[in-house]
Ligand binder design. Structure first.
Ligand code: ATP
Ligand code: MG
Ligand code: MG
Length: 381
């Protein structure tokens, strides 16, 4: 029996383990937290990623390793790679962990990006502001997720406040200043690349964020076919360049029919959760197939799917379960403000049927604002 090791024991590891069971796989999850939610469905080793003894013990138990967490120290991933095959390759992880390296690579590959500049001092911030202009966003280069480690600069006078918030991190994780994009919408390409270089993308997904956290995803994205194709072509080029193996997401903004890449996530992605019930093969299953060198499954979908993230606490499941295409995912995590604790996916063959189901669920769960953007997008089809 093959044992897949997963660094990080959050909901992504949990859904990987659930998808791997029918493939006859065993799992071992490494996480510093004894209550990591993947531990409810797979064996958990409690240990730090940077702890050589923990990594050694982990490596001894697994046949192949992957990540549920993109901020695993690159050196730890490298050390592990000396013992067992690790996918994606730690070099791809290193690029995706650093917003500056990532944006430079996008540009090198001809993938358009918003204006950006590295910032390493208070004076450097002024120079970057001259270059990038306002409005803009100061972000930590590393370790940010769910919009954490970001400060929005609306006018030059906000620079002091931005520096007070993030300046201390200039010398540690580094900072980058990015032009603020007044986007028409956000989309992501969730795609998989196999060990043999085979590439497949799921239909492009449209995403809505609230306070920097993903709130809802709709697939297929209601955008121009040419725009979606261009986004997938960017993702394909990026994956080929990195010799990437596994699932990844490329997040992009679009404005006036043009794309600007935001970031890549070197792992299964929240905007691909709808693939569990909405696609022929889920992102979780295809990630495992890729990592194991198995044939990739079809990424085709039928109809329309919308995922709603539950952030902070779980609502009641019944209104979703009462829908013909309603599916529920409770990650078994403790409720905490801002924390992703679960999601629901609604699927329907027909766009208007999905809009109606979303409206019913939004009403019943008092989440009309959360469903509104997807409902409006579906109604306009
Ligand atoms: P994730 O959880 O997706 O990894 P993150 O913390 O890495 O998030 P980003 O994806 O960079 O952060 O930003 C989160 C959200 O904030 C974006 O999806 C977008 O809604 C908004 N945002 C980020 N950068 C910009 C920008 N340059 N212009 C406009 N909006 C932005
Ligand atoms: Mg990110
Ligand atoms: Mg993002």
């Amino acid at each position: 029996m093959t044992t897949v090791g997963i660094l990080g024991g959050g909901q992504l590891a949990r859904m990987l383990a659930l998808a791997g069971a029918p493939l006859g796989l065993r799992f071992l999850v490494l996480d510093p937290a004894a209550d990591a939610c993947a531990g409810q469905v797979a064996p958990l080793q409690v240990g730090g990623f940077a702890d050589p003894a923990a990594l050694e013990a982990f490596a001894a138990e697994v046949d192949v390793a992957t990540f549920d967490f993109e901020n695993v120290p690159a050196e730890a991933a490298q050390r592990l790679a000396e013992r067992v095959p690790v996918y994606p390759d730690p070099r791809a992880l290193a690029v995706a962990q650093d917003r500056l390296a990532e944006k430079r690579l996008f540009r090198e590959l001809g993938i358009p990006v918003p204006a950006f500049a590295a910032v390493d001092s208070r004076e450097g911030l002024e120079r970057a502001l001259d270059e990038v202009g306002v409005p803009c966003i100061l972000k930590t280069r590393r370790l940010g997720y769910d919009g954490k480690g970001q400060f929005r600069i609306r006018q030059r006078g906000d620079a002091d406040a931005a520096w007070a918030a993030l300046g201390a991190q200039a010398g540690t994780v580094g900072l980058i200043l990015e032009a603020f994009v007044p986007f028409d919408g956000e989309i992501s390409v969730v795609a998989v690349r196999g060990r043999d270089g085979g590439f497949r993308a799921w239909p492009v997904t449209c995403n809505w964020h609230v306070d920097g956290v993903l709130s809802a995803s709709l697939a297929p994205a209601p955008v121009d076919a040419a725009l979606a194709e261009a986004a997938v072509a960017h993702a394909r080029r990026l994956a080929g360049h990195l010799d990437y193996v596994g699932v990844f997401a490329l997040e992009l903004f679009h404005r006036d029919g043009r794309l600007l890449a935001n970031e890549m996530a070197p792992r299964v992605h929240n905007s691909g959760h709808w693939t569990i019930e909405g696609a022929e093969t889920s992102q979780f299953e295809n990630h495992l197939r890729a990592v194991l060198g198995l044939p990739l499954g079809s990424t085709a979908m039928r109809g329309h799917a919308c995922m709603l993230n539950w952030v902070g606490q779980m609502p009641g499941a019944v209104p979703v379960l009462a829908e013909a295409g309603g599916h529920w995912h409770d990650y078994g995590k403790q409720a905490r403000a801002g924390r992703k604790v679960g999601h629901a996916t609604l699927r329907a063959d027909d766009a208007q049927a999905l809009a109606a189901a979303l409206e019913r669920v939004g009403q019943a769960l008092d989440r009309t604002e959360q469903v509104a953007p997807a409902v409006a997008a579906l109604r306009a089809l």
